[in-house]
Design a protein around this ligand. Structure first.
Ligand SMILES: NC(=O)C1=CN([C@@H]2O[C@H](COP(=O)(O)OP(=O)(O)OC[C@H]3O[C@@H](n4cnc5c(N)ncnc54)[C@H](O)[C@@H]3O)[C@@H](O)[C@H]2O)C=CC1
Ligand SMILES: [Mg+2]
Ligand SMILES: [Zn+2]
Length: 277
């Protein structure tokens, strides 16, 4: 038995038993035991669901996802958003919910064909929604994004988006444009967001990120020129911080924090952190 979370190819919906998660636009169904409900019990609640998807195994037990349009009332339960679980849940649960979130939003956003408007059908054994009229297949969307720590000796470049919690600063991030390499994206986003040039890119690792469907590709870059000029509306503030005088940082399980902690460890000769998986 594998402990924790393991994503698998779609499980057969005709298979009985197992556990189930329920998701709607308001988040996941939860009670005092957590987010996993006995699947046969939840079926008897007859929630108005639009789809069911077999996701994988949690501590060796199969897990399905019930996709709802609206939050339904279930006695003793409440609906809770993924960001809350990100802060509170153990890492395997957060990984399971991250995956469920993206399968759930893909499933509810692709009920109709984007080309001809017909009702899509779930393809058995595949994570694919297929249009029976024109044949268009829709898979879950993953958006490649770069995230980079720019450094200048003992100083690191961190910035604030207006969306961040007060006081927190993070590394720069941005979505890859069509036709662009991720290296070009790093140079462009850093230029756009803070007006700085970078060199000596080093790829350090990746992390799937469910807000909304990013694949974060993490880099280190050296400062190569320019003065910080924050992008209007996108960047509230950006600064060089000395590594011994850092502001509040992103949460430890994020790749943003990993990039910062890795640089500090290398600079100060401490043991290197491990990117959470
Ligand atoms: N795991 C981590 O440590 C971190 C993850 N992130 C994630 O990185 C991603 C990119 O960061 P941002 O600075 O927000 O990106 P960004 O700098 O590209 O700006 C966001 C804007 O880009 C546009 N955009 C372009 N392509 C898009 C797409 N495929 N999906 C959605 N919006 C798109 C939208 O107008 C959006 O408002 C986000 O998903 C964010 O949640 C950001 C920081 C830390
Ligand atoms: Mg950005
Ligand atoms: Zn179609």
């Amino acid at each position: 038995m594998t402990a924790g979370w393991q994503t698998t190819p779609p499980l057969d919906n005709a298979q009985p038993g197992g556990w189930v998660l329920a998701r709607c636009s308001q988040g996941f169904l939860a009670d005092s035991n957590g987010v996993l409900f006995p699947r046969e019990w939840l079926k008897r609640q007859e929630l108005p669901h639009v789809a069911e998807h077999g996701l994988g195994y949690f501590d060796g037990e199969p897990v399905w996802l019930l996709v709802l349009d609206q939050p339904a009332d279930v006695p003793g339960c409440h609906w809770q958003g993924l960001r809350q679980f990100m802060l509170q849940a153990d890492y395997p649960t957060f990984r399971m919910l991250s995956f469920a979130e993206q399968i759930g939003s893909w499933s509810s956003n692709h009920r109709f064909c984007g080309r001809c408007g017909s009702r899509n059908r779930q393809v058995p054994g595949e994570r694919c929604m297929r249009c029976p009229e024109c044949g268009l297949d829709s898979y879950a969307r993953i958006s490649p994004s770069m995230i980079v720590l720019v450094t200048r000796g003992d100083e690191i470049l961190l910035a604030r988006s207006p969306r961040f919690v007060p006081g927190m600063y993070s590394t720069l991030a941005g979505f890859v444009e069509p036709g662009e390499s991720v290296e070009e994206c790093v140079a462009r986003e850093v230029r756009e967001e803070v007006g700085v040039e970078v060199s000596d890119l080093q790829y350090l690792g990746s992390q799937g990120w469910p807000f909304p469907h990013s694949l974060m590709l993490g880099f280190h870059a050296e400062y190569a020129g320019g003065d910080i000029t924050p992008q209007v509306d996108e960047i509230e503030d950006a600064r060089w911080f000395h590594i011994e005088q850092l502001p509040p940082l992103p949460m430890p399980r994020s790749i943003a924090r990993y990039l910062i902690d890795l640089y500090l460890a290398r600079r100060l000769g401490h043991p290197e952190p491990v990117l959470p998986r």
